[in-house]
Design a protein around this ligand. Structure first.
Ligand SMILES: Cc1ncc(C[n+]2csc(CCOP(=O)(O)OP(=O)(O)O)c2C)c(N)n1
Ligand code: SF4
Ligand SMILES: [Mg+2]
Length: 363
């Protein structure tokens, strides 16, 4: 006898009118926290650094997923800092996987639950199954196993929490480390003054283009409702889904602790991290067009990892951002086009930039 596999359908959060609180001079909504669900599958008690972007993402993703969830976590900060002996923040089943096997382990969980429900050995419904892997895992060491899981279309959500480095082993470069981002493996010096020479790997586009039957989206910790809704859409999608989330690493990027969420907005407003959604039914991309377009210096100057940049490096970064604006169908204002010229720049630490409003302890 075969039993039916019943799946959850998680309702989406209201995106408009959630936050009438405060607007800044650009009309940006500064009330970041919507009415979060009370359940907390990732509760207080972890040991990540203050201001850790991945920890914020973990909390919001798991609040969106809810209590009927099973989670896997490949090796990385979010494994190590969350699994001290006899102490864990998880209130749902969680398993560690080797760094290379987040995709294959999660495929096995998905296939196992399906089979057990069909055979009547698990009462159901089918739980929300997800894995949250760092960029070192999802974009590098474990990309093969995640690509395999997406290709085979296992019903699970595969999340990359992207802190743009191998953080847990001492901030080494990863494929998503941005151009000129200083890490312990990309120090700046006389021979290579920009630190990192290569542009970052476009992980999410690889996943969408390479697995066109999957739901794929990007988001950042600057947009909690967007992050939680894309989590729910990925889980509601029957089949494999991939979510790429920008998550600042306070220790590795060297910035003021309270600025994690602000960076999550500025990276989008500078054109350096386009936020979009790929719809596998229509086979089209839907791009978010931010209400503010800033020079890249507004983002770079907030972080110590870019402090060594010379005028030509800042101009190179502005060129990348401007090409991104064009790729998502936005006009590039003349002020930003002019900034492609190195003569318009100084060394980064001498550049003027728009200071964020001080909104918290530690800023
Ligand atoms: C096959 C393998 N190579 C290297 C390591 C060492 N290692 C442990 S955590 C880690 C960093 C992982 O980086 P990422 O996935 O980006 O997660 P983060 O630490 O940034 O949270 C590395 C390289 C390992 N555990 N397994
Ligand atoms: S090193 Fe970075 S990613 Fe790791 S716990 Fe600290 S802030 Fe979070
Ligand atoms: Mg990382």
């Amino acid at each position: 006898m075969t039993f039916e596999v019943v799946r959850h359908q998680l309702p989406l959060f209201e995106e408009d009118g959630r936050a009438a609180a405060t607007d800044d001079e650009h009309g940006r909504d500064l009330h970041y926290l919507p009415d979060l669900p009370e359940e907390d599958p990732y509760a207080a008690g972890h040991r990540t650094c203050a201001g850790c972007g991945p920890a914020i993402q973990y909390r919001w993703v798991l609040k969106a997923a809810g209590q009927d969830t099973v989670v896997a976590g490949p090796t990385g900060c979010m494994y190590v800092a969350n699994s001290t002996y006899l102490c864990t923040p998880y209130t749902v089943p969680w398993a560690h996987t080797p760094i290379a096997s987040g995709g294959s382990f999660t495929s096995g969980m998905a296939a196992g639950y399906e089979a057990m429900i069909r055979k009547g050995r698990y009462p159901g419904p089918y739980p929300n199954i997800l894995v949250m892997a760092g960029d070192g895992s999802a974009a590098d060491i474990g990309i093969g196993s995640i690509s395999g899981a997406l290709y085979r279309n296992h019903d699970a959500l595969f999340v990359c929490y992207d802190n743009e480095c191998y953080a847990n082993t001492g901030i080494q470069t990863s494929p998503t480390t941005p151009y000129a981002g200083m890490t312990t493996f990309t120090p700046f010096g006389k021979a290579i003054p920009e630190g990192k020479k290569l542009p970052p790997k476009n992980l999410a586009k690889m996943m969408a283009e390479g697995h066109p039957h999957c739901y794929v989206a990007t988001t950042t910790v600057g947009y909690p409702v967007d992050l939680m809704n894309k989590t729910r859409k990925g889980l509601n999608h029957v089949g494999a889904a991939f979510l790429h989330c920008y998550t600042p690493c306070q220790k590795g990027w060297v910035y003021q602790t309270s600025m994690t969420v602000e960076l999550g907005r500025r990276v989008v407003e500078c054109g350096l991290f386009p936020v979009w959604e790929y719809d596998p039914q229509e086979r089209t991309y839907h791009y978010f067009h931010p209400p503010v377009q800033r020079p890249v210096t507004d983002y770079l100057a907030m972080q110590g990892r870019f402090g060594h940049m010379l005028p030509e490096h800042v101009a190179t970064m502005q060129v990348s951002a401007n090409r991104n604006w064009e790729a998502i169908g936005m006009d590039v204002p003349k002020t930003l086009r002019d900034l492609e010229d190195p003569a318009r720049h100084q060394r980064l630490h001498d550049e003027e930039y728009s200071m964020p409003i001080n909104r918290g302890v530690g800023a």
